[in-house]
Design a protein around this ligand. Structure first.
Ligand code: ADP
Ligand code: MG
Length: 367
């Protein structure tokens, strides 16, 4: 798109869709100050937000270096999304020590421990472009690299398991039936080729090549390959002991790291991810919990979303992002902050928010 046309298109989006953070912070003069090569790279980064004006972020990094290369745009978007004043310098510190804080929901109420817990971190290796800029061969090469790392990991009895691929012709290939079953079990990621945001960004390109999942024998340690980031590493358990859950993820993550090229990180932004929303700890820790009273049996999330936002947590439906609550009021709650907060603080936030929402839910029941 010619420069002036792009600038006026983004200006129109800025007026019509103030929530589109890319449009809000896009500066035509900055764009024009770039050389033609950089302009073209920036066009690709913002393409999803230009073609989908309803985006809330509207830009995806294509290479780990993009956050520094295009700092005038990204840094403003990141400060805005993560609620960090522009005068405050961003710094990511990691701390997985969960022993200093309460972390067992059963201590609040044994019924509250009847939940499904999941915590995932996004990671990208520094030796490949980010998924939006990978070609088909790179996706396949990365999957092979990940599969050999899983081979090593599988030797550890605590993390033993198998790699399942949906790449046609892969030696690890699973059929459509097993793929669907794993998606329904909330283990495997959905077909990304139908997602218009990811399509325009190139992130879902060459679907389903280079995609798969490692699953431990107890099915509680999982690693996605080739979704929005190179890797999404997660622990998932029923029960209420968040400390145990985080410990499992941290141990597995450290082990897996030994067998992979270095991850892309920055002192400022922590884990480098495709979407600026995931920078920092790269972590989303969630609970699937039943809140039938607060959600009118799942029919209306308005009140819950309001209460949750005061507590610093976001609400999703039980089917993941953009889904609705289940009929029994089953919802996904997770702390919104990911950047400038430690892993331990994220866990603590989830614990406190779950306790507060549970009090509202059961208090309503008694009243
Ligand atoms: P993310 O972006 O953090 O990877 P998504 O919202 O895309 O998460 O959801 C991915 C999958 O994980 C979905 O199937 C969703 O239902 C499932 N999921 C999320 N949190 C939990 C949880 N606490 N327990 C069980 N499944 C979960
Ligand atoms: Mg997702």
């Amino acid at each position: 798109m010619p420069s002036q046309q792009l600038i006026s298109t983004v200006e129109t989006i800025k007026q019509a869709r103030p929530e589109n953070l890319m449009a809000r912070h896009f500066d035509g003069d900055y764009y024009l100050s770039l050389n033609p090569v950089l302009r073209q790279r920036l066009q690709k980064i913002i393409a999803s937000g230009v073609e989908n004006p309803d985006s809330s972020m509207g830009a995806y990094a294509m290479n780990p270096q993009d956050y520094d290369q295009f700092a005038p745009l990204f840094d403003a978007m990141i400060h805005d999304f993560h609620g960090i004043p522009s005068s405050v310098e961003i710094k990511q510190i990691h701390d997985w020590d969960t022993t200093r804080t309460d972390c067992d929901l059963a201590a609040i109420d044994p019924d509250l421990a009847d939940v499904s817990m999941r915590v995932r971190v996004a990671r990208n290796v520094s030796t490949f472009p980010l998924p939006g800029a990978m070609d088909k061969q790179q996706r396949i090469d990365f999957e092979n690299l990940a599969a050999s790392a899983f081979n090593e990991l599988a030797r550890d009895p605590a993390f033993g398991g198998k790699y399942l691929s949906i790449t046609p012709g892969s030696p690890h290939e699973i059929g459509a039936g097993e793929y669907d079953r794993r998606v329904k079990a909330h283990q495997m990621f959905k077909d990304m080729s139908a997602d218009r945001y990811l399509n325009v960004a190139g992130i879902s390109g060459d679907w389903p090549y280079g995609r798969g999942m490692y699953v431990s024998n107890d099915e509680e340690f999982l690693v996605w390959v080739g979704e929005e980031d190179h890797l999404r590493i997660m622990a998932m358990q029923r029960g209420g002991n968040l400390g145990e859950l985080f410990e499992r993820l941290n141990t597995g993550l450290e082990k897996l790291t030994l067998y992979l090229p270095p991850f892309a990180t920055s002192p400022k932004y922590g884990a480098i991810t495709s979407c600026p929303t995931n920078l920092g700890a790269g972590m989303r820790a969630s609970l699937h919990m039943k809140l039938p009273k607060l959600t009118g049996n799942g029919s209306d999330l308005t009140r819950l979303k309001q209460e949750a936002s005061h507590l610093g947590v976001a609400v999703r439906g039980a089917g993941g992002e953009h889904s609705d609550a289940g009929e029994d009021g089953l919802v996904d709650i997770s702390p919104s902050a990911r950047l400038g907060v430690t892993e331990m603080q994220i866990m603590q936030k989830l614990y406190e928010a779950a306790a507060a929402l549970w009090k509202l839910e059961t208090g309503d029941k008694r009243g």
